[in-house]
Design a protein around this ligand. Sequence first.
Ligand SMILES: NC(=O)C1=CN([C@@H]2O[C@H](COP(=O)(O)OP(=O)(O)OC[C@H]3O[C@@H](n4cnc5c(N)ncnc54)[C@H](OP(=O)(O)O)[C@@H]3O)[C@@H](O)[C@H]2O)C=CC1
Ligand SMILES: Nc1nc(O)c(N)c(N[C@@H]2O[C@H](COP(=O)(O)O)[C@@H](O)[C@H]2O)n1
Length: 297
Amino acid sequence: MAEVPLTFPYDEAQRLEPHLPPLSTRLTNSQATEEPSSLPFVTLTFATSLDSALSLGPGIRTALSGPGSKAMTHYLRSRHDAICVGVGTAIADNPGLNCRLAAADQSLDSSPPKGGLPFETAVTTRQPRPIVIDPMLRWDFTSASKVMQLARAGKGLAPYIITAVPEPPAAKEKLLNELGGKIIPLSQLPAESSTEPSRRRFDWRAILAAVHDEGLHSIMIEGGGEVINSLLSSDNSELLDSVIVTLAPTWLGQGSVFVSPPRKTGADGQSSAVARLTNTTWIPLGEDVVLCGKIAR
Ligand SMILES: NC(=O)C1=CN([C@@H]2O[C@H](COP(=O)(O)OP(=O)(O)OC[C@H]3O[C@@H](n4cnc5c(N)ncnc54)[C@H](OP(=O)(O)O)[C@@H]3O)[C@@H](O)[C@H]2O)C=CC1
Ligand SMILES: Nc1nc(O)c(N)c(N[C@@H]2O[C@H](COP(=O)(O)O)[C@@H](O)[C@H]2O)n1
């Protein structure tokens, strides 16, 4: 069934603005200047239940956002150069990772029209670049995957896949390249003695630097559980410029995928809160509420 076109009111978009990358950073690749050492503006954004769950289980796509907050997420997609998920999410959700806000003729930078409110926020035709973190190339995408279909139809962009596999299968690479996507090789962190080699991780700074090197100056990171928990950890939370969470009035229950970053323990062995948001804005949208803030430093 065709999806109802998503619209997001101008007034709500204005409330989000202090939590978003500056409009001037939204450049096309050809406009971007090379600053290899810089990182993109990073927004961590996801939807949770009242028990801090992202989905009913690791492989289960679960709708939490209502129509208003879903439109908000698509507005965020229109305001970032890139959109990132871990391979767990790519496999579980077969996501589109495009912006499906109803397009309008005006650009975001323009003033609201006089009269005729409610004005629905206009979007440009720019789409975010999907980035999938897939160190072992586990995502078995095909030309029928949703993100590929959207790219072929001109309704989204083909993904860039960040991987540690030195020689990706030629057929996978060809399919990606034909649609404008690519594979980006990246070195993993050295293995810790307790870590099995196949679970070696990328440093998030290296991931973000690789994204920036592609001319992508802002990125929204949507999930899933492992990605969110590692970014909220005390090792990585300084990389976050903005956090935007949709809270849905439901409990998913035990066995879900939860947002619960690793506990911070000081040198004295005392535990303290991992992270806290400051400069918060709470925006009710339908039955949900959207919480925006910055990680308190
Ligand atoms: N409610 C919401 O807003 C959202 C919900 N979700 C839900 O989340 C669930 C998926 O979460 P989860 O299973 O935790 O999977 P993730 O999407 O977080 O992907 C985890 C995998 O990504 C790779 N990865 C992540 N970070 C790194 C890193 N730093 N270095 C190297 N590899 C990395 C690893 O792959 P490997 O194992 O190959 O090493 C890891 O196992 C799904 O059910 C989905 O529906 C997802 C997004 C948003
Ligand atoms: N904002 C938000 N609310 C939910 O309820 C969700 N389940 C998600 N999931 C994220 O959105 C992706 C799906 O995107 P498409 O609609 O297919 O484009 C999914 O993969 C998660 O990243 N987000």
